[in-house]
Design a protein around this ligand. Structure first.
Ligand code: ITT
Length: 203
């Protein structure tokens, strides 16, 4: 069995997050017949692993087994130094059942204010996004690639993108992910960096 992805092949995008699905399709550049997990009515598995890599493999294997088709999953999140790496793998869960990211960003700023008040000298707004991308074949093989982008947490700005984009300003830029065009974000993001490795190894 070849661990390669062939142009035109069917690929299940094992995500129920519309923002991610858009970026995954754009980053795949029309090379595959992408089918969403949602359109196949695949149930969302519980993310029981303790790392981005573990949860990406779990989601890709779950979708590949359920669909009988090669599947690609993304597990990602925002890790903030002053919050000891939180929300990290719990990034989606901090937004609650209604996926309220305005509230999640408010909570982050409240916690940062608290951390700054407790220890002003050691405070830093440093943070990074991680994306683990896993590809799984129905037979059970899986491969995974990880990308990271570093930057800082700022007050929310911009209305593009999704999730925590309004509070993340990547290093070397004076705008947030949510102020960038989709193409500009896709050219530098953690997801782009994971895809670059995936393309080197599987295309
Ligand atoms: P799936 O598991 O169905 O893919 P999800 O939203 O639950 O969807 P994750 O468990 O990987 O996905 O959660 C990652 C969260 O981190 C996601 O909900 C976003 O809010 C956030 N996140 C990941 N990548 C991001 C990005 O590029 N910009 C902003 N927020 C991002």
């Amino acid at each position: 069995m070849s661990l390669q992805l062939i142009n035109g092949e069917k690929l299940v995008a094992a995500t129920h997050n519309a923002g991610k699905a858009r970026e995954i399709e754009a980053l795949l550049g029309g090379r595959f017949e992408v089918i969403s997990a949602g359109s196949l009515n695949l149930p969302e598995p519980d993310e029981t692993e303790v790392s981005f890599v573990g949860n990406a493999i779990l989601k890709a294997r779950h979708a590949a087994k359920a669909s009988g088709t090669v599947s690609l999953a993304d597990d990602s999140g925002l890790s903030i130094d002053a919050l000891n790496g939180d929300p990290g793998i719990f990034s989606a869960r901090w937004a609650g059942p209604y996926k309220d990211f305005d509230r999640a960003m408010e909570i982050i700023h409240l916690k940062l204010d608290q951390a700054k008040a407790e220890n002003p000298d050691a405070f830093t707004p440093r943070a990074y996004f991680t994306c683990a991308l896993a590809v799984a074949w129905p037979e059970g093989h899986a491969v995974v690639f990880e990308g990271r982008i570093y930057g800082q947490i700022v007050k929310p700005r911009g209305d593009k993108g999704f999730g925590y984009d309004p509070i993340f300003q990547p290093d070397g830029y004076d705008i947030t992910f949510a102020e960038m065009t989709p193409d500009a974000k896709d050219a530098i993001s953690h997801r782009h960096l994971a895809f670059a490795q995936l393309k080197t190894h599987l295309f």
